[in-house]
Design a protein around this ligand. Structure first.
Ligand SMILES: Nc1ncnc2c1ncn2[C@@H]1O[C@H](COP(=O)(O)OP(=O)(O)OP(=O)(O)O)[C@@H](O)[C@H]1O
Length: 950
């Protein structure tokens, strides 16, 4: 039999590293990957599938043993005020090194919270779809993790009472440099691979994309899995609400980034710079994909234009500068696409409630883990600083519980990084402001300022190196490129070029400014766009603001631990685990949790919540056992005597929650009694009034007649008349309202749906127009299982899919999203048309019963379509609703208009009549692709001849 190991490390009788490791290892071998330290959850990555996340677990285990769902449950219940405290914002902080399982934990938390607040709305599905979308654009394969998040995120879920009303994502520090450079064993962002693998041959031609192996920015081979991932990303964009045209524009920009990476430069004999012969086609392709003129693009790559005293001065680039310009365009374009996706998601998922409605919040912070590679660059410094700040937050909260430990946690980042004007970040900004300053100068400055600082070590080397002793260990940084990365500026000529692109999204992205958190702000930019280090950490919108938010909320911590470096299941490297426990401050935490208390309310909060409650429910407390009463009284007394000492342990919290529950029950009992009393008094009064009437002195026979027959009769008559009139009025109103809704739905259907649904002037056999629910059920009653029909809703703009189930008919609501996609409510898949939706569910069952559509219930009329269907057809059978126009641009240049006119011509050629959005590419793109392929064919031919194959 398996040994029963403690679930909470704070309960260990022997506390040393050995026993701690023994418990964790023992639990890990029993597949118990979660363990508590008080209310902190330690999660060891199993690197294998475990059946502990199935729906039954999340539903059945209310008070879960250590589990990620238990954290979600606690945060949710606390947010609602169902636990010890009143309703309050919550935040869940997930930390750990790269590959420890933070992103997976975030997904599980989100999933479970959505499960808890199930309101059967599409919003939950949309929120869940945000993750695959962000992962595709913000994650990449690294040596540490095949799906490593290359950005940090803080997801805010907003609730009104128990149901979710919206969500907001804050993204931090996307590692843009990955677009142009990947170290050995690493890859570019997933989306490039997904796109190249998943895009159809026809679309490849449209976007000007070639075989994946042709690109410098994405050098890996494609696999089948990426094709599926691409479909998943497209579906996520549809589900969240992206417009088709926006998707197309975005893909065009990604194609442009890929082509841009292939432009190479060379020096001519006369020492001038030119684009290499082999990559001239790529220059043309890039210009076509970005929707800019080839000459303008070339100019912006090969020289910088600056204006001095009204005079434009051109400075020619050398080869290195031209390559830097190329890479910086790619990085900025990608960074902005990512920022745009996030702001678009935020716009689509913003709560649609009155602004005076107060919303509660659960925030989930998933931020990159501490990193220490062979070469650590600017990005690692940013990441490690963020971790340093998080650790400070954690230490601060933990040390609050034990004043003795407070002094042990030195806020390194505050002293070394943030001090003004001599913190590392200030010095970096100061040096970045000097155009002539070099990375070496920056490191020299650091060496002279911090040579005696305890957390800084000088490195004597010809490369600009320096070492910082972080809470998690020593990290040596290579400062090459620090200044350039910190400047992160776009020269004015490049910005101008892209603002005038024919791709509206590109001009929006380059016209926008970047907020200090890195968020895209769609407004006029200054000449130079800056997003630098100090801005990030210094301003009211920075990570520091995030910290403020977190300090104001009730925190929950999940500490993820990586069991081994080889990402293997069932292997636990004790040293690696111990190191993580140590630098996470977990050893210290266990000690504190054992000795102290885990909940630290403010005195006022405590007094309001419990002391007062205690006084009020003194009577009910008397029914509790003597021991408990003593504990409570001691608590209250100590609370008044020493506020610091009154902080409640969990068992007290449970007890106090029990008292609150009893108090609530008592209040309800009292209210019931009051209500009873009021009713009794009312009855008594009525009785008395009746008696008074009886005392009225009229002739007894007349009185009896009036009392018993005439008056009741008249009252009855009046009542009947009144009722009749009322019924008629409400009936009329209801009829009018119903009719109005019906008319609106018919108009909606005629204007927006007919064209999409009809083929050759007729409707599909399963479509029955606007019939009632009853009629739909009658039609299906004698049909076999799986038979189905689709009807138009009578009171809402949407469809209903009626399905012949095993026991009865089921009605699934089909919603049309604002981007024109069709979704069955609660499903996680969006479809371009109703026909696609039906087709899809002939293969994939509809949740929750996984019902497959097998047989369409045909229309009964001889004319193939029922009366209700014909009602919708436009005269002549030819529906000609106004075609869907591409988004109107604010600043459409003449050039862009010409391009759009050509595209409109294309649309008219489309035999299906569907207005499919087109990328706004120059026709030259085809020429460019041909040119590239020809050059490559020549090269291959020569290569073969050289090898003697021919
Ligand atoms: N609970 C889990 N069950 C099964 N496998 C898991 C679990 N958590 C993590 N993994 C595995 O570990 C891998 C790495 O996890 P994850 O991407 O969540 O790490 P991370 O801490 O977010 O890393 P990074 O900081 O690099 O983004 C996952 O791709 C998955 O294969």
């Amino acid at each position: 039999m398996e040994e029963k190991l403690p679930e909470d490390l704070a309960n260990l009788s022997e506390l040393d590293e050995k026993s701690l490791l023994e418990v964790l290892t023992g639990r890990f071998t029993q597949n118990l990957i979660y363990t508590y330290i008080g209310d902190i959850l330690v999660a060891i990555n199993p690197f294998k599938y475990l059946s502990i996340y199935v729906k039954e677990v999340s539903v059945s285990l209310k008070s879960l043993p250590p589990h990620i769902f238990a954290v979600a449950d606690r945060a949710y219940q606390s947010m609602l005020g169902h636990l010890a405290t009143g309703p309050k914002n919550q935040c869940i902080v997930i930390s750990g090194e790269s590959g420890a399982g933070k992103t997976e934990s975030t997904k599980l938390l989100l999933r479970h919270i959505m499960e808890l607040c199930k309101a059967n709305s599409q919003l939950e599905q949309q929120i869940l779809q945000v993750n695959p979308l962000l992962e595709a654009f913000g994650n990449a394969q690294t040596v540490m993790n095949d799906n490593s998040s290359r950005f940090g995120k803080y997801i805010q879920l907003r609730f009104q009472n128990s149901s979710v009303k919206g969500a907001k994502i804050n993204e931090y520090l996307l590692e843009k440099s990955r677009v142009v450079h990947q170290d050995e064993g690493e890859q570019n962002f997933h989306i490039f691979y997904f796109m190249l693998a998943g895009i159809s041959t026809e679309d490849k031609e449209i976007y000007g994309l070639l075989d994946p192996t042709r690109y410098r920015f994405g050098k890996e081979d494609m696999v089948q899995a990426w094709r599926l991932k691409y479909a998943e990303v497209c579906n996520a964009m549809d589900m969240v609400g992206f417009e088709e045209q926006e998707k197309v524009d975005m893909m065009t920009i990604l194609a442009g980034i890929l082509s841009l990476g292939n432009i190479a430069f060379e020096m001519t004999d006369s020492d001038a710079l030119k684009v290499s012969e082999a990559s001239r086609g790529w220059l043309k392709a890039t210009a076509g994909q970005f929707g800019v003129q080839e000459e303008d693009l070339l100019k912006s790559l090969t020289c910088t234009t600056s204006v001095t005293r009204g005079e434009a001065i051109q400075r020619l680039h050398n080869q290195q500068q031209a390559e830097d310009a190329r890479d910086s365009i790619a990085k900025v374009a990608y960074g902005r696409v990512f920022g745009w996706i996030v702001s678009k998601v935020n716009e689509l998922l913003a709560p649609k409630v009155d602004c005076d409605v107060e919303l509660n919040e659960i925030g989930i912070l998933d931020i990159f883990g501490f990193e220490n590679f062979a070469v650590n660059r600017f990005e690692q410094l940013c990441i490690n600083l963020a971790n340093e700040q998080l650790q400070y937050f954690f230490n601060h909260l933990v040390s609050m519980e034990n004043s003795f430990t407070h002094a042990r946690f030195v806020p390194l980042f505050q002293d070394l990084f943030l001090t003004k004007p001599i913190g590392i970040l200030s010095l970096l900004d100061e040096q970045s402001a000097f155009p002539q300053a070099t990375d070496r100068d920056f490191v020299d400055k650091l060496n002279s300022k911090f040579k005696t600082a305890p957390n800084f070590e000088v490195v004597r080397n010809h490369t600009p190196l320096f070492t910082i002793v972080h809470y998690a260990g020593k990290v040596q940084y290579n400062a090459s490129g620090f200044l350039e990365k910190n400047r992160d500026t776009i020269p004015a000529n490049i910005r101008e070029l892209f603002i005038n692109s024919v791709t509206p999204l590109l001009s929006v992205l380059f016209a926008a400014t970047i907020s200090r958190t890195g968020t895209l702000m769609p407004r006029k930019a200054k000449v130079y766009l800056r997003f630098n280090f100090c801005l990030f950490f210094d301003t009211p919108h920075s990570l520091a603001v995030l910290m403020e938010k977190m300090f104001a909320a009730s925190p929950h911590f999940v500490r993820c631990i990586k069991p081994n470096r080889s990402k293997q299941p069932d292997q636990l490297d004790s040293k690696l685990v111990m190191d993580q426990l140590r630098y996470n401050g977990l050893m210290e935490t266990i000690r504190i949790r054992r000795d102290g208390f885990s909940w630290r309310p403010k005195f006022r909060e405590f007094a309001e919540r419990f002391v007062v409650t205690y006084m009020l429910v003194f009577n009910s407390v008397m029914s509790l056992s003597c021991g408990i009463r003593v504990c409570l009284i001691l608590d209250c007394v100590s609370c008044c005597v020493d506020y610091r000492a009154r902080i409640c342990r969990r068992r007290y919290l449970a007890l106090l929650a029990e008292i609150r529950r009893q108090r609530q029950a008592q209040r309800e009992r009292e209210e019931r009694e009051e209500e009873e009393e009021r009713r009794r008094r009312l009855e008594l009064e009525q009785e008395n009034r009746r008696k008074d009437c009886a005392l009225f002195t009229a002739p007894p026979v007349l009185m009896a007649l009036a009392n018993k027959i005439i008056i009741p009769l008249v009252i009855l008559l009046l009542l009947l008349v009144y009722l009749f009139m009322m019924l008629q009025a409400t009936d009329e109103e209801r009829m009018k309202e119903k009719q109005l809704k019906k008319t609106n739905t018919i108009r909606w259907f005629k204007e927006m749906q007919v064209r999409k649904l009809t083929r050759d002037g007729g409707f599909p056999s399963w479509f029955h127009g606007m019939i009632t629910r009853r009629r739909a059920e009658d039609l299906l009653i004698d049909k076999p299982l799986g038979c189905f029909l689709v009807r138009v809703g009578q009171s809402r703009e949407g469809f209903t899919l009626t399905y012949r189930g095993a026991d009865r008919c089921r009605h699934y609501m089909v919603e049309m999203q604002s981007n024109g996609k069709y979704v069955i409510l609660g499903e996680d898949r969006a479809h371009s048309s109703l026909t696609d939706l039906v087709q899809y569910h002939t293969q994939v069952g509809i949740k929750p019963f996984m019902e497959l559509l097998t047989l369409p219930c045909g229309q009964v009329s001889v004319l193939h379509s029922t009366h209700s269907c014909r009602l919708f057809l436009l005269p002549g059978g030819n529906s000609n609703p106004e075609s869907h126009k591409p988004p109107v641009l604010k600043r459409i240049s003449d050039r862009r208009r010409r391009v759009e006119a050509t595209q409109m011509e294309h649309k008219d050629d489309d035999p299906t009549g569907e207005s499919r959005p087109f990328p706004r590419l120059y026709p030259s793109i085809r020429l460019a692709m041909r040119e590239i392929q020809q050059i490559q064919q020549v090269q291959t031919h020569m290569h073969r001849r050289y090898r003697g194959d021919m």
